[in-house]
Design a protein around this ligand. Structure first.
Ligand SMILES: [Zn+2]
Length: 175
């Protein structure tokens, strides 16, 4: 055996040993790494004893929570009666809207009382103080002059809607 081949042998043995150590290390790491999963599973599934009152309390707690959840989901599906109220006439204009979350009046828009066209609003050209607006229909050209801004008019209409809802005198839609 030459000097070179002996060195080679030593080198090979070293490499082989290192690979073996690494493989064993990785394998060992994995068995240790996954052991906690089985340990946890065994711990979770291990039967325990408990008193009847504690068992009854836990079952009761579960049943009550499921019932509360059921009642809440049924109640949420039933919207209030006044959600059918989505159209009315205020200040000589037809107003239509939708009901949003928490009874919010949304998409409040004016429509012409004569031809039912959607109405536009803008500044009142005859008012140089800019303290009023003009709501009008392009076709009928009947101007509705309102004091304040368009937002003020929307607030007024919302107040009128809520007044009728509170008094329960809103017009029921004809079936
Ligand atoms: Zn019109």
């Amino acid at each position: 055996m030459s000097e070179l081949s002996r060195k080679e042998h030593v080198f090979r043995d070293l490499i082989g040993g290192t690979i073996l150590l690494v493989v064993a290390g990785v394998a060992g790491h994995f068995t240790i790494g996954w052991k906690w999963v089985t340990d946890l599973w065994n711990w979770i599934t291990h039967p325990i004893e408990t008193s009847r009152w504690w068992y009854a309390f836990l079952v009761g707690f579960f049943v009550v929570n499921v019932l509360v959840w059921l009642i809440r989901s049924v109640r949420q599906e039933q919207s209030p009666d006044f959600h059918q109220y989505t159209e009315d006439t205020f200040f000589g204009i037809t107003w239509r809207w939708t009901w949003g979350k928490n009874n919010a009046i949304e998409n409040l828009s004016p429509f012409c009382l004569r031809c039912d066209r959607s109405m536009r609003y803008g500044t009142n050209p005859d008012d140089f103080t800019n303290c009023s607006i003009l709501i009008g229909c392009n076709e009928c050209r009947v101007p509705h002059i309102r004091g304040g801004t368009y937002h003020d008019t929307l607030v007024d209409v919302r107040n009128e809607i809520w007044l009728k809802v509170r008094k329960n005198i809103w017009p029921r839609p004809t079936p």
